[in-house]
Each structure stands twice: as C-alpha cells, then as structure tokens.
Design a protein around this ligand. Structure first.
Ligand SMILES: [Zn+2]
Length: 147
C-alpha cells in the first residue's frame, strides 16, 4: 500500500460494515486490488460477495481481480452532508466494471463515488478508472474518476 493517497472524503465518514463473506473483498481493497466474487460452478460474478451465487445458488467461489476500469452506469449528485466536513456536492455512482480478460461470465456493477470531477462533467457511459482512497491502514475505498 502506498504511504499516502489522495483524500476526497473526511475521516468522519462511516466505516464499511464487513462480515466474513465480504472480508476477502475488503482485504483486496486494502491492497488496492479491485475484485469480484466469481462462482466456480457457473462463473457468475457478483459484488458484494455473498454466501450463495445469485445465478446458480452454488456456494463455491474465487475472488477474481478486475482491471479497475469500467463505465459510468448512473449517478446522483448529493447536496446534503452525511459526515462532518463533507465537501459538497459529492457524487454517488454506479459503475459497470470491465471483466474482459477474466473468467467472469457477466459484467458487474459497483456502487461507488465519482471524484475529481464537476457535476457538469458527469456523463453516463463515459469510461472511468478506479482511484483508491485509503481511509486508514486497513481500509481503502474504491472511488472512480474519468480516464
Ligand atoms: Zn453460480
């Protein structure tokens, strides 16, 4: 992990809730690796990781590293702070992640934040790239910026 990274959100943001299904995903995030849970039976990819495959109901998985590239699927601009010292507006987005070059059978969408952009620049379908924000030694959050 890099010693310092750009910060877009304050330390007062609520921490992610982690359970034993999502822990491998968050551990990969801490190493700045974006992954999807891939079913070893049908190759269906899903985020967040879950106890069963939403496609075939299998329960055997591998974590597959993704490129960190994708496209902006949709977004909203938020003008109400959810944490102290929150910069406004901030952008909640759903990014459709690129799974080319993996064994994943489907693309997968991730709820995230767009950063380093103005509201007027937000355009559905534009290519995006992951931008890691280290909130602590153990927690890094995947945000996205335009390529
Ligand atoms: Zn499956």
């Amino acid at each position: 992990m890099t010693a310092s990274t750009t910060r877009w959100f304050p330390n007062s943001m609520p921490a992610p809730i982690v359970d034993h299904h999502t822990l491998p995903w968050w551990q990969a995030c801490a190493e700045h690796k974006l992954t999807a849970q891939r079913c070893t039976h049908c190759n269906h990819a899903q985020i967040p990781p879950a106890p069963i495959c939403s496609e075939c109901h299998g329960n055997s998985f591998e974590m597959t590293e993704l490129s960190g590239k994708g496209t902006l699927y949709t977004y909203t601009a938020v003008y109400q702070p959810i944490a102290m010292e929150q910069t406004l507006p901030f952008f909640i987005a759903i990014v459709e992640l690129d799974v080319s070059g993996t064994s994943c059978a489907n693309s997968v969408r991730l709820m995230t934040n767009m950063v380093d952009c103005e509201e007027s620049e937000l355009q559905i379908g534009k290519p995006v790239q992951v931008a890691w924000e280290s909130m602590s030694q153990y927690v890094s959050i995947p945000r996205f910026r335009f390529c």
